[in-house]
Design a protein around this ligand. Structure first.
Ligand code: NAD
Length: 266
């Protein structure tokens, strides 16, 4: 499917990024992976047969250097997966605006602006070539919410908004955009969280996200929902906003600050 394609992925030292890299390599791609964690990304690259780069996605120049390096290694990029992300809790304030300005600003740069920086570097050439594929890793929190983290909720909504905007602005240029919105996935990000192991809200494997992305690419679907039930929750939200807010407020009563809701309990 990706035979000889040049694919670049950020935040891929482990977790979802690594799983997508492994899947793309299995499907014939030449993959460049990057991460802020030099040792882990180099180790991962040697394990899976990718080329490693160090890149801090909150820095536009660092993304540019990654893109230049990936193109030198594997040729003009066919698909860019903007995957690096962070989640920071509302603490220490303990209310919706309680997170520090630093945590909001960092989340804004990494979860939202990184998508702008990468696409700014790639789009001119893709428009000229009449092809290109950009993948934004948002979250179910981008469609709904992550209780306990306002900065994650808001910056993942913004990432989804930018993915939608890019998709509509460049459909006629031959550029395809996908936005991945998973609920809980077994990676470092959810280590120690209380998440159900069964049912539609279950804690899935990172490889399930990679499989869902490939299936969405095959069907040219914008929204990638490794947990299909999130599509239903999103429809409920759109059809009755008051009920949605009420339901989330009820869930919030069941969780301690800094803890993640177990959706099955509500
Ligand atoms: N795990 C989940 O439940 C879940 C659910 C929905 C969405 N996501 C999203 O999936 C993406 C991947 O996360 P994951 O679950 O694999 O977690 P993860 O923590 O394993 O992976 C995130 C990677 O991003 C890297 N990173 C952090 N800051 C960076 C920066 N400034 N520049 C470059 N790399 C940086 C980390 O070193 C790490 O390797 C994130 O965008 C996350 O928000 C995760």
């Amino acid at each position: 499917m990706f035979s000889n394609q040049s694919i670049a992925i950020t935040g891929a030292a482990g977790g979802i990024g690594r799983a997508i890299a492994e899947k793309c390599i299995a499907l014939g791609a030449k993959v460049a992976i990057s991460d802020i964690d030099k040792d882990r990304v180099e180790q991962t690259a040697s394990e899976i047969g990718a080329t490693a780069f160090v890149c801090d996605v909150s820095d536009e120049n660092s993304i540019l250097e990654f893109i230049v390096g990936a193109e030198k290694a594997n040729g003009p990029i066919n698909m860019f997966v903007s995957n690096a992300g962070i989640g920071m809790p509302d603490l220490p304030g303990g209310h919706a605006a309680g997170g520090s300005n630093e945590s909001w600003e960092k989340s804004w740069l990494i979860n939202t602006m990184a998508n702008v920086y990468a696409s700014r570097a790639l789009l001119p050439d893709w428009i000229k070539r009449g092809e290109g594929r950009f993948v934004v890793t948002s979250s179910a929190a981008g469609l709904l919410a992550q209780l306990g983290s306002g900065s994650y909720t808001v910056t993942k909504h913004a990432a989804l908004g930018f993915a939608e905007y890019m998709a509509m602005m460049h459909k006629d240029d031959g550029v395809n955009v996908h936005c991945i919105c998973p609920q809980y996935v077994k990676t470092n990000m959810t280590k120690g969280m209380k998440v159900v192991d069964e049912g539609p809200d279950r804690h899935i494997e990172a490889s399930d996200v990679a499989d869902a992305l490939v299936a969405a690419i095959e069907k040219e679907e914008f929204l990638v929902l490794p947990h299909p039930v999130i599509g239903e929750y999103f429809q409920h939200k759109a059809s009755d906003y008051n009920r949605y807010i009420g339901g989330m407020a009820k869930q919030k009563r069941h969780i301690q600050l800094g803890e993640v809701p177990n959706l099955k309990e509500n």
